[in-house]
Ligand binder design. Structure first.
Ligand SMILES: [Zn+2]
Length: 191
């Protein structure tokens, strides 16, 4: 059986805690939905922020909602280097020991002592698909992307299984560009 999964490229984005949302956009402010994402309940918001590092800043960064327990900034390695931040590769939600930065919104700014990460590439699977594919939560696999003349095999891809997931592999823009991706492509899970 071929184990195919849709590959989605995640652009740089920010998740905000309720407290930081209030500081950046004003007390009681709520994010507004621009576009739902593939993962149920998740969305890209209309609101944008600027992320400031020691060397440079990047404006107009998307906020993904809903709000989370902790603020997190997910950049590509290229982004992190360009703004002068030494961000580690980590799974989303695991920000312990990650890099600091400043976030600027229309009503204020916050200095986060940690929270900037390069998201570790991963595959979201429903329990049913994981069973069908013979894969377990936290398992690490290789995925082959066949896309014209830049086919690439990614290692260190973490499987994440949860009932409220939709099947999708997530890579960042550096990884998508390395594979020459442009639009929807399917990856093949090799091992
Ligand atoms: Zn994801």
């Amino acid at each position: 059986m071929e184990r195919k999964v849709l590959v989605e490229v995640s652009a740089r984005h920010v998740h905000l805690s309720p407290k930081d949302l209030a500081t950046l956009f004003g007390e009681g402010y709520e994010l507004t939905v621009k576009k739902p994402l593939s993962q149920p309940g998740q969305y890209a918001a209309n609101e944008r922020v600027t992320v400031v590092g020691p060397r440079k800043e990047i404006a107009n960064i998307s906020i993904l909602g809903p709000v989370r327990k902790e603020t997190q900034v997910e950049l590509s390695l290229t982004d992190a280097r360009s703004i002068g931040v030494l961000a580690p590769v980590k799974e989303s939600g695991d920000i312990k020991g990650s890099a600091p930065c400043k976030i600027v919104g229309p009503k204020g700014e916050v200095l986060i002592p940690e929270g900037v990460i390069i998201a570790k590439r991963h595959i979201h699977l429903t329990p049913a698909t994981a069973l069908e594919f013979g894969l377990k939560d936290k398992q690490v696999v290789q995925v082959k992307l066949d896309n014209g003349d830049r086919s690439l095999i990614f290692g260190d891809v973490v499987i994440r299984v949860r009932a409220d997931f939709a099947n999708a592999m997530h890579i960042d823009t550096d990884e998508g560009n390395a594979a020459g991706l442009n639009g929807d492509v399917f990856g093949t899970i090799l091992s």
